[in-house]
Write a protein that binds this ligand. Structure first.
Ligand code: VG1
Ligand code: CO
Length: 558
């Protein structure tokens, strides 16, 4: 096979965001667009003679892009590709494969929870050898190179058949097609107490489990673990056939988009419901009458870590959350005397801490939970972690009453207090309007003009105590990330955070995060929106959001 140089011209805006380059499929389908970005990756990371992993969430344009990567990668001297069968690997499974086979890095094809199909989104993300998303110095370099690209290299060879497991030659390059699920199943079996979970499920046949794959990539993973390994009945999974357009849905595990799960859980009174997103790194835990916010979820997993063999053996080294995530996990860290960290939004910031042996369990409010078993958040891991905890809690309990999600939540609040938390998203607003709001807030932060101002609300008065724009200095490599979100704190410990999304494919998305902590037991069973009512009024007032964005209501509330 021959290598050919193809002349090209740069495209604007090939800047990776919070989690890779995400655009409409139509944008990626423009002649040379995808090729340019992939060549820029190879020019940035020098993968000559190395092994790279390729996988994706199976969305529309995934198979074509795998072939593009093989062609350009081989022409750029990659020695070996490890590819998930049919080009499919969940994001956590890909992270595991990179680590397990000591690959140099990997290319993940996903736009996560964004809808798929010819008129929706696609994405390309580069991960480094620790299995985690490339740090900002790498993504910045890729972006710089896209701006000056003049040509890309391709191997002239017929496409590789991705449908058969095995080793193949592709020009000078070796291609290993692997089963998408096996390595991941082996990994989870080494982490959790499967015999304990099994025996709990067996002795409590009325404790029903329902996992909803939302037609994303996790279907085969969930079937293998819940049905084949834990021997649950077939009706314990739904929407577990991956589809290139996710069945027309929005594969995002939250109360708005995972309505298929919520409906069945409520109607059939299912104790344990869960869902994952398009690429399998997010999760939602939701039982009858009991929704676990992701901020609480990671705190509870951290609190119960000892019942999970992986942590019992290796110990818990430290805890962390992204800045907008509620402080529930901080309280667990303090109680256990563990080190804890607050990092910017996006999983890439956890990796350095994990590699340095200072972080074991972490999470984000955006339905991301995980640990140092890999370097991505992990939806199915979180689901099995909860089953492991429930099984352990019931084994310990002497009351004879079944302990489910709700009981665990209330117990946690009794021990640590409760952090009400909610996020309001204003999607696809105009970039200028969003910028105006950011500028106005920055002005307040710079001249400190909000400090000590008081705001009445329907649930009492709030007084501003502190305003900051979040800057993070990585404790391991000293790199500094600025402008990571604007924080307004109040004297009662509540806070509001504003941030612009870095994963949107069009316009700007403003996120408003609200958090209020209470130790008043009378509030532990309250609805979140009630607990946050006054604070939300104040947040909207201070930011003048409705006026500046011209939006009466958020597009999504989580
Ligand atoms: C969002 C979330 C963030 C998450 C990121 C990727 O980013 O807020 O917490 O890490 O998506 O998640 P942003 O910049 O839009 O707020 V996923 O599941 O797309 O890999
Ligand atoms: Co995702």
């Amino acid at each position: 096979a021959q290598v050919k140089d193809v002349p090209t011209k740069p495209f604007d805006g090939q800047k990776p965001g919070t989690s890779g380059l995400r655009k409409r499929v139509k944008v990626f389908q423009q002649e040379h667009y995808t090729e340019n970005f992939i060549q820029a990756i190879f020019d940035s990371v020098d993968a000559k003679g190395q092994t790279l992993v390729i996988g994706g969430d199976g969305r529309f344009f995934n198979p074509e892009t795998v072939q593009t990567i093989l062609k350009i990668g081989s022409a750029n001297g990659v020695a070996k590709f490890i590819v998930g069968m049919d080009g499919i690997l969940s994001t956590p499974a890909a992270s595991n494969v990179i680590r397990k086979y000591k690959a140099y890095g990997g290319i993940l094809l996903t736009a996560s929870h964004n809808p798929g199909g010819p008129n929706n989104d696609f994405g390309i993300k580069y991960n480094v050898s620790n299995g985690g998303p490339a740090p900002e110095n790498v993504t910045n370099k890729i972006y710089e190179l896209t701006k000056g690209i003049k040509s890309y290299k391709v191997l002239e060879a017929p496409p590789v058949d991705l449908s058969k497991v095995g080793s193949f030659s592709y020009g000078p390059t070796k291609v290993d097609i692997i089963d998408s699920v096996t390595d991941y199943l082996t990994l989870l079996e080494s982490i959790f107490d499967f015999p304990l979970i099994s025996s709990f499920l067996k002795s409590n046949p009325n404790f029903r489990v329902l996992f909803d794959g939302l037609h994303g990539v996790t279907g085969p993973y969930a079937k293998s673990i819940l049905l084949d390994t834990l021997k649950l009945p077939a009706n314990s999974v739904q929407n577990c056939e991956p589809l290139p357009d996710f069945g027309g849905g929005h594969p995002d595990p939250n109360l708005t988009y995972a309505h298929s799960l919520v409906e069945v859980v409520e109607k059939e009174g299912i104790q344990f419901g869960a869902a994952s997103d398009g690429d399998g790194d997010r999760n939602m835990i939701y039982g009858k009458g009991a929704f676990v916010t992701p901020s609480d979820s990671v705190a509870i997993i951290a609190d119960w870590a000892d019942c999970i063999p992986y942590f019992k053996k290796g110990g818990v080294k430290g805890l962390a959350r992204s800045m907008p995530t509620s402080g529930a996990i901080d309280l667990v860290a303090k109680a256990k005397g563990l080190e804890y960290f607050e990092v910017p939004t996006g999983w890439k910031f956890f990796g350095n801490l994990m590699d340095a042996g200072r972080l074991s369990i972490c999470g984000e409010e955006s339905f991301g939970t995980g640990s140092d078993h890999i370097r991505e958040k992990d939806g199915v891991w979180a689901v099995i972690a909860w089953l492991n905890i429930i099984a352990a809690a019931n084994k310990e309990s002497k009351s004879g009453q079944l302990i489910g999600i709700k009981e665990l939540l209330l117990d946690h609040y009794k021990k640590y207090g409760r952090s009400f938390f909610s996020r309001y998203d204003y999607e696809e607003v105009s970039s200028e309007a969003a910028q105006k709001m950011v500028d106005a807030l920055n002005k307040h932060i710079n001249d400190q003009s909000l400090i000590h101002t008081k705001y009445p609300s329907s649930t009492g008065e709030f007084e501003v105590s502190k305003t900051t724009n979040f800057t993070y200095t990585d404790p391991i490599d000293g790199s500094v990330s600025k402008n990571q979100g604007q924080i307004i704190q109040f004297t009662d410990g509540s806070r509001v955070v504003f941030r612009l999304s870095g994963t949107g494919s069009q316009g700007a998305t403003v996120r408003m995060y609200v958090e209020r902590y209470t130790k008043d037991e009378g509030q532990y069973e309250k609805e979140t929106n009630e607990g946050l009512k006054g604070l939300i009024e104040v947040a909207l007032k201070i930011s003048k959001l409705t006026e500046l964005l011209q939006r009466e209501k958020p597009t999504v509330i989580t």
